[in-house]
Design a protein around this ligand. Structure first.
Ligand SMILES: [Zn+2]
Length: 270
């Protein structure tokens, strides 16, 4: 661990981590910082590495907030696809330096963001039943919390079997897959007589209610946008129920058949 002494009074400085707010390009962003602080005079100083991490964190927080892929997410998606920076650069017809900069703190343009998403879309051979994501009870729980905020009401009540909640989650997962190549919760869905439902929901419903969502990835800006869009389109339980029953991808299935994520392209109600 590096040590710094205060430039003013030569006291040994301590590491200080905190969450800060800043206005960046006109947007309020929250980011994590780590720097040194003098216990006597409160002077703050950052090493070169700390300063560059702060830059990255501000840039990432900004990008998440305005709906661009953050550097962290670009790197994560690229690694999931087992793609090197060079391979991604080749696929996008840009230099490797651009990829390195975007995975760092440089902010890509809207059009380059689109190209990045296109190049980082899940492989066609990815899992069509989970929408290219690992199944996560915590993320279903988190998704429902966001729906409750967006709808301003409870979605999953204590004795609830998830009849309506599942339809909100289904639409969110399907649209995330359709628009970004990746579901939100990794759930598998079945066509049941009462509509699309999380597969094996009877075994899962209590776990979903009590799942710990504190240790899962928070919803991204795009995912939250999807939740809001669905909440706006279907404000009432009856709306989401009726819409899902008009979907051909549900109507055409035999009872109990799985609804693959590839069906997301054929949704008609949203
Ligand atoms: Zn000092």
């Amino acid at each position: 661990m590096e040590k710094l002494t205060c430039p003013k009074d030569n006291n040994e400085m301590h590491i200080n981590r905190k969450v800060k707010n800043v206005k960046f390009r006109g947007v309020d962003v929250k980011y994590e910082t780590e720097c040194f602080v003098c216990p006597v005079c409160n002077t703050e100083a950052a090493t070169v590495k700390q300063a560059s991490t702060i830059q990255k964190n501000i840039s990432d927080a900004y990008r998440e907030k305005v709906g661009l892929l953050s550097g962290k997410r670009i790197r994560k998606k690229r690694r999931e696809l087992e793609m090197s920076q060079q391979e991604l650069a080749d696929k996008m017809n840009v230099g490797i330096a651009s990829i390195k900069r975007w995975e760092g703190s440089q902010i890509q343009t809207k059009s380059m963001d689109k190209a990045l998403r296109e190049a980082l879309k899940g492989k066609a051979s990815g899992n069509i039943c989970t929408g290219n994501r690992d199944f996560s009870l915590g993320r279903i729980h988190l998704l429902l919390c966001h729906f409750e905020t967006a709808l301003n009401r409870k979605v999953l009540k204590e004795k609830d079997k998830g009849l309506y909640a599942a339809k909100y989650v289904w639409y969110a997962d399907m649209i995330a897959y359709r628009d970004y190549g990746e579901s939100i919760s990794g759930s598998t869905y079945a066509a049941l007589p009462q509509g699309p439902q999380i597969n094996n929901y009877k075994d899962l419903i209590d776990e979903i209610k009590h799942a710990d969502s504190s240790c899962v990835d928070p919803l991204t800006a795009e995912e939250i946008k999807i939740v809001r869009k669905i909440a706006m389109a279907f404000p009432d339980n009856r709306d989401v129920y009726a819409a899902s029953h008009r979907e051909i991808v549900w109507k055409e299935k035999n009872a109990g058949a799985l609804i693959p994520y590839s069906d997301a392209m054929r949704l008609t109600e949203i």
